[in-house]
Design a protein around this ligand. Structure first.
Ligand SMILES: Cc1cc2nc3c(=O)[nH]c(=O)nc-3n(C[C@H](O)[C@H](O)[C@H](O)COP(=O)(O)O)c2cc1C
Length: 304
């Protein structure tokens, strides 16, 4: 997810998970506009391969040649999967006719997937991530079919339409419709809030995989259902901060800004609550922000 699931964050998550349970992770989208993504940019998004968990690289663009060239670079740089984004509702994506702007043009979806499949020359699977539609979900089968026709190995269906953006209510029957329309595996996405929802989505929709979005930012243990303590949650955040500071561009201010992006969603361990979330987000001093997290860790050292 853009602005959050960078290698610094993913590494902390992967270090705490059984590879089989987590299954895999994706980078945030790499936007392709005027030129293909350079090997350096791709590498920065992929990070170092420290864990036996596949990391897929996501591309978002509409220029078939440039996106395909970027896919080839991603495969050469060790991406486990190349994923194409047809779901981003942001204005920038729409102006560039990428992301969800392409949902109204299934042949273009197929053409982009197909060009990437050719470009990676069988080295890695190419997958697609779509929303259920633009204003309604009437064409979800057609959109799913376009990804399959293009040669996608897997399709992730975010069940909201672009018009629905990130609204609370979701209709998982749209995922089921996509599952029934294609023969490739479908990964269901949208509205998973608690661990039990993962199982329920698979049962209700028949999807092969489940992708968890914002709930994993709130509680990265959602995949296993482990209920962590305040201290364990604080340790996660401090490890994340340490990874952020280790980046070449890492400054205390930059690390604090990224941390706040995560704290907008954080619920694990009860460390941040709906009542005090604003006070965390409004903390202007990076050192005080980190000290507040460290204070929660101190409870652990001193014991109950
Ligand atoms: C801050 C933020 C950034 C996101 N960035 C991406 C992205 O880079 N690529 C992508 O495919 N989806 C992105 N998404 C969408 C999520 O992957 C997911 O499809 C969406 O949040 C619905 O799942 P959820 O209800 O489990 O959150 C983003 C969502 C949020 C809230």
């Amino acid at each position: 997810m853009e602005g959050v699931t960078d290698p610094a964050f993913r590494d902390v998550v992967m270090a705490r998970h059984d590879p089989l349970r987590l299954g895999g992770v994706f980078t945030e989208f790499v936007r392709i506009t005027e030129q293909a993504a350079s090997p350096g940019v791709i590498q920065r998004h992929l990070g170092a391969a420290r864990f036996p968990i596949p990391v897929g690289l996501q591309l978002m663009g509409s220029d078939v040649t440039l996106v395909a060239a970027s896919a080839a670079t991603a495969a050469a740089r060790g991406a486990a999967v190349v994923d194409l984004n047809f779901g981003c509702p942001a204005k920038g994506a729409l102006r560039g006719c990428a992301g969800s702007a392409l949902l109204d043009d299934p042949p273009k979806v197929a053409a982009l997937v197909s060009a990437c499949v050719d470009a990676v020359e069988g080295r890695v699977p190419v997958t697609a991530k779509v929303r259920a539609g633009v204003d309604d979900a009437d064409r979800v089968e057609e959109i799913a079919g376009a990804a399959e026709d293009g040669g996608a190995s897997m399709l992730t269906v975010h069940c909201r339409t672009r018009a629905e953006r990130y609204q609370d209510s979701v209709d998982w029957s749209r995922i089921r419709r996509a599952v029934e329309a294609v023969s490739i595996p479908v990964c269901g996405n949208g509205g998973v809030r608690v661990t039990e929802d993962i199982r329920r989505m698979r049962i209700e929709t028949g999807c092969a995989f489940v992708m968890v979005g914002r709930a994993a930012l709130g509680d990265p243990w959602i995949f296993s259902g482990e209920r962590v303590t305040r201290q364990v949650a604080a340790r996660f955040l401090l490890d994340y901060a340490s990874n952020l500071r280790g980046l070449r561009s890492g400054t205390p201010e930059g690390a604090a800004a990224r941390m706040k992006q995560l704290l907008r969603y954080w619920t694990a361990g009860g460390l941040v609550t709906d009542q005090d979330r604003l006070s965390w987000l409004r903390e202007p001093d990076p050192a005080r922000l980190m000290a507040r997290i460290e204070a929660a860790l101190g409870d652990e050292v001193e014991g109950p």
